[in-house]
Design a protein around this ligand. Structure first.
Ligand SMILES: Cc1cc2nc3c(=O)[nH]c(=O)nc-3n(C[C@H](O)[C@H](O)[C@H](O)COP(=O)(O)O)c2cc1C
Length: 153
């Protein structure tokens, strides 16, 4: 699996207790009609409890020039630092969930279902707002696989 390449995302959540978010590689489209997307959040992450209690997640599709954002969200943990003091962001379409200003491609999704898939919980999303303001190459796992995750799983 370490040889595969796949898109990298930053998933953000705010359950009413402030902005949270982490780098995510386990994410995929999973239905066309209706449109659905699945993201998997590690149970160890600071983001986890917040994502489980939120109604909405924002999924940012990283570009190759978003390496610094990937590092902040994938190598640091909200248990120890304020990631959102290091990036420009604004509340998203629900008036709350953070949207990162410097990432041109993102969508906001309503949480429909959550299910245990092992050391991660999969969240099924219904996208309801999409922005695509970048056409550059996407950031893939192979570019960041040597990162040191803020949490081990
Ligand atoms: C290449 C890479 C892929 C990752 N994929 C995921 C993932 O799919 N889901 C997840 O919850 N965490 C994933 N992580 C781990 C978190 O992004 C990382 O532990 C982060 O620091 C957690 O931040 P938090 O504690 O503030 O939530 C990944 C990390 C890296 C470096």
């Amino acid at each position: 699996m370490a040889d595969l390449d796949y898109p990298m995302y930053v998933v953000t959540a705010d359950a009413g207790t402030g902005p949270t978010g982490c780098l995510v590689g386990f994410g995929t489209q999973c239905s066309i009609h209706p449109p659905r997307f699945l993201v998997c959040v590690s149970k160890l992450n600071h983001t986890f409890l917040h994502a489980m209690e939120a109604d909405v997640l924002v999924v940012h599709v990283l570009g190759e020039d978003d390496l610094e954002v990937a590092s902040i969200f994938g190598e640091e943990t909200g248990d120890a630092v304020d990631k959102f003091a290091q990036v420009r962001w604004h509340p998203g379409p629900d008036g709350r969930t953070p949207v990162l200003d410097d990432v041109g491609r993102w969508f906001a999704g309503r949480e429909l279902q959550r299910f245990d898939v092992g050391d991660h919980v999969a969240v099924l999303l219904e996208p309801f707002e999409v922005q695509v303001e970048s056409s550059g190459p996407q950031l893939g796992y192979q570019r960041v696989k040597d990162f040191h995750p803020g949490h081990p799983a």
